[in-house]
Design a protein around this ligand. Structure first.
Ligand code: SAM
Length: 236
């Protein structure tokens, strides 16, 4: 009798008060559904690997505690130091455009919160990510280590110059708007590889660009869609 009562209480607690985890899981799933709706209007369907990564990575762990309740809104959020975690739709689209495969080595410029790096790490073999703002870079590194990501390497520095010791990369993503594609990044990209980068000035229209390095070494660029990113800073 006592055992039934105890079991009854347990079930009642489980159903009456869903854990915070399940609330976030549900919100994340809704966010992915929304992204799928948005991307179907702009391009070919997202790859199953990108969808799985977006379903898996817990964005609420990458935003300041004050914003956790809004972590699964499909919008950018502040992460301090005047920077933002990108809109989930943009993260999914950029990841998809990179065409990352299992085992690939990828480079990210602009670690920020570490969220995009985590999404990439779900698909790629190894991720190298550079952040120019020291405290953001340190926080992201600690967060990624505490979340158990072993295939992400981070460093603080100016990403304009890439990460030559780890090159060549299968794909490169730049998550801040530049005036041009940094030549060191083109040099550090494998033939057949892709760079996804927003180009344009801060308060002007910026375009997300897909840069492809052909097997012979020539480079083609294609405009994808208008976007708004914080600027790529640094001394270049
Ligand atoms: N990918 C991030 C995430 O998932 O949270 C969001 C990145 S935020 C839109 C752009 C980031 O690029 C900022 O953290 C900014 O400090 C960084 N950044 C700007 N210029 C940079 C540079 N030259 N090298 C490395 N990081 C840079």
């Amino acid at each position: 009798m006592k055992r039934h009562f105890a079991l009854g209480m347990f079930l009642c607690c489980c159903f009456a008060f869903p854990s915070q985890g399940s609330v976030f899981d549900e919100a994340r799933h809704k966010m992915v559904e929304e992204i799928l709706g948005d991307t179907s209007a702009t391009q070919s369907p997202l790859s199953p690997a990108v969808i799985a990564a977006m379903e898996k990575v817990e964005r609420h762990r990458f935003v300041p505690a004050d914003f956790a309740a809004r972590a699964y809104d499909n919008r950018p959020l502040p992460i301090g130091y005047g920077q933002t975690i990108s809109q989930p739709f943009v993260v999914a689209l950029m990841t998809d455009l990179m065409r990352v495969k299992a085992g690939d080595r990828v480079l990210e410029i602009g670690t920020g919160s570490g969220y995009q790096a985590a999404v990439l790490a779900e698909i790629a073999g190894s991720v190298y990510s550079i952040e120019i703002i020291t405290p953001l870079g340190k926080e992201a590194r600690e967060r990624l280590v505490s979340l158990g990501y072993r295939n992400i390497n981070t460093r603080v520095g100016d990403g304009y110059y890439g990460w030559p010791e780890a090159a060549p990369f299968d794909a490169i993503i730049v998550t801040a708007a530049a005036s041009h594609v940094p030549p060191p990044l083109i040099r550090q990209l494998k033939p057949g590889g892709r760079i996804v980068i927003p180009l344009g000035a801060q308060f002007m229209t910026q375009y997300l660009m897909l840069v492809e390095k052909q097997l012979g070494g020539s480079v083609t660029t294609r405009e994808i869609l208008p976007v708004r990113f914080v600027p790529l800073t640094g001394g270049h």
